[in-house]
Design a protein around this ligand. Structure first.
Ligand code: GCU
Length: 598
């Protein structure tokens, strides 16, 4: 090989390594909570872009912020131009046909006009970017974030200049063996700036974080903390709930933190009465408010107890996808559409699979009275033996809990989906469960398993991880991936743990409008799916320790794994609804079953 080429390749590798070494050192900060109610300017809209499949831009990022003129002596091959744009928020895969399964780098650029104000601080806040993002302001690297489903922010107060500033983001959605999720998953790897982007303004010392929920097991004690960020950390703070005649005051310590404990009988939140209170949190230099609900969640043997009463979780799963557009969902309207569909099905519970979904879904679900199972994308083949992977899983868990810990609708945190039992996996997941409880001991912790022992008609749930969980999640596809070796009414499920079981997934595929045999698994007929649901419900009714169930899924969704050219065509057809929202026959079976449960 030509020595010049060898030298060039070596130089490129060195530059690439330096780039990644440089960027990984700068991590995003802990983000502020309750972002919807902060003083902000939306940075949504058209962003200039460069589709960069082999990361040419890595060598040029310092000059990307300025427009380089072309003239007779100089030609710019690599540049942003105003006519080449992508919509933000929004995955890039669904915005251009040639990007349908694109998994590499896209550079984004937005020029903002800033007027700096004395005593104010400025932050760039991203609701989520999938999967790795490197953020620049003009020619300066702000930092990086890994993980496609949780917020992150960078303070730019002392980096931004008055007037025009260029925000530049390198986004790469390539799947990684050490990633979370890793290489294989049954949903489209929608890449890009997939959620809102905000320029947030705060006071010099502001209320950065707080936790305001009922103490575990209590129906009338609010406990938590308030955390300031800034130079004046020793302040008087107050938390007001006018409707409950609460006006509680405290003083923060030298770290800006104040614990709160307030005894008060409150109207408790529940699916039938999704009561939210206006909560106002004030310090000497800041004030923020939002609506917060209060409820208690616990277990008693194999029952799930909400506000002291057993409750059966009539659930459903859905991905964060706007199926009718075949794109990542990202608006309040998208959230409303899914939640209305879940309401029509008779649900009181939603598993937002398989990753923390956008805040519109979580907040709207709470307003509508849905209990939630939220989970991090520790999905199937995860490199549990890799330290970076475990650190990343912990970080995504911490970010999920940081964002949603004041959402009373969230009753379950889940640390994984269908990971295969072995010593390393179990010890890592137990450490994630512990992390959950350290940050928030008010909620239940679970995970979706999929292994069970079959002996004759007895199906036994066994997994060393379960001793660490409050609730057992079980994905089972009897009648779809595994045939009915025993007729449904004769199956006996056993568990050696005195804990509630949720069937966190069950489902079969049918192409809407396609009719045929009801007992031929390759028919993809609505009749087959309908019969599958009847058999599943028969079996599930016989499980004495079952406290909830979640069909997989509410609505057909796109997946690169679903390749049958007629029945699938890159769609997973397990929806009870077609991608256009039409009800398949099985939908009526599930609806009728939920109508029998109070
Ligand atoms: C698994 C997995 C889902 C997947 C489903 C299916 O249980 O958790 O993400 O889509 O099976 O096979 O349809």
């Amino acid at each position: 090989m030509d020595m010049r080429l060898v030298k060039a390749l070596k130089r490129f590798c060195l530059i690439t390594m330096c780039f990644f070494a440089a960027i990984t050192g700068l991590k995003a900060q802990d983000f502020m909570v309750n972002i919807p109610n902060r003083s902000q300017i939306s940075l949504n809209g058209k962003w200039e872009c460069i589709i960069d499949p082999v990361d040419v831009g890595i060598k040029k990022w310092k000059s990307l912020y300025k427009d380089v003129p072309n003239n007779k002596d100089h030609r710019t091959e690599y540049a942003f131009i105003s006519s080449n744009t992508l919509n933000v928020p929004g995955d890039f895969n669904s915005q251009r046909p040639e990007l349908k399964f694109y998994e590499s780098t896209v550079w984004y650029k937005k020029v903002i006009n800033v007027k700096k104000k004395k005593g104010k601080r400025l932050f760039l806040y991203f609701d989520a970017v999938n999967y790795v993002s490197d953020v620049f302001l003009n020619s300066e690297k702000l930092g990086s974030h890994e993980g496609g489903f949780t917020p992150f922010q960078f303070e730019i107060t002392n980096k931004v200049k008055d007037g025009e500033n260029a925000i530049i983001i390198r986004v790469n959605n390539r799947r990684q063996k050490e990633g979370v999720p890793a290489l294989g998953y049954d949903w489209v790897n929608y890449g890009g700036i997939t959620r809102d982007v905000r320029l947030v303004e705060t006071n010099e010392t502001f209320i950065e974080d707080y936790f305001v929920q009922l103490k575990k097991g209590s129906g009338k004690r609010i406990e938590g903390y308030i955390q300031l960020n800034g130079s004046k950390l020793l302040q008087k703070i107050s938390i007001k709930i006018p409707e409950a005649k609460i006006n509680h005051t405290a003083t923060t310590d030298h770290k800006g933190n104040a614990k709160i404990s307030i005894d008060k009988k409150l109207e408790l939140w529940s699916p039938s009465n999704p009561k939210l209170y206006r909560v106002i949190i004030q310090s000497e230099t800041d004030s923020i408010e939002e609506h917060i609900g209060f409820r208690s969640i616990s277990t008693n043997g194999t029952e799930i107890i909400l506000n002291g009463q057993p409750i059966f979780l009539k659930g459903v799963n859905f991905h964060e996808e706007a199926s009718e557009r075949a794109s990542r969902a990202y608006t309040k309207e998208d959230a409303k559409k899914h939640l209305n569909m879940a309401q029509e099905l008779g649900c009181n519970f939603i598993r937002t699979a398989h990753y923390p979904q956008n805040e519109y879904v979580v907040r709207l679900a709470e307003e509508m009275g849905f209990m939630l199972w939220e989970e991090i994308p520790v999905f199937q083949g995860i490199s549990f033996g890799n330290k970076k992977t475990v650190t990343l899983a912990n970080k995504q868990l911490t970010e999920m809990l940081r964002r949603d810990k004041n959402r009373c609708a969230v009753i379950i945190w889940s640390v994984s989906n269908e990971t295969y039992p072995n010593h390393t996996r179990t010890s890592v997941l137990k450490s994630l469960v512990d992390s959950c409880r350290v940050i928030d001991n008010t909620r239940l912790v679970s995970t979706a398993l999929n292994k069970y022992e079959k002996k004759g008609n007895v199906f036994t749930i066994k997994d060393d991880l379960i001793e660490a969980l409050d609730v057992i999640g079980m994905n089972q596809y009897l009648g779809w991936y595994n045939g009915w070796t025993v007729s449904p009414e004769d199956i006996v499920w056993k568990s050696e743990y005195n804990k509630p079981l949720i069937i966190s997934e069950f489902g079969a595929e049918a192409l809407y409008g396609h009719h045929g045999s009801n007992d031929d698994t390759s028919s993809w007929s609505e009749e087959f799916q309908e019969t599958f649901y009847r058999k599943q419900i028969t079996m599930q009714k016989n499980i004495p320790f079952l406290s909830g169930t979640c069909p997989w899924t509410l609505i057909d969704f796109r997946s690169p794994l679903r390749l049958h050219p007629i029945y699938q065509d890159y769609w997973n057809r397990k929806g009870l609804l077609s991608e256009q929202g039409y009800r398949k026959k099985a939908w009526y079976v599930m609806k009728a079953y939920y109508d029998t449960i109070k």
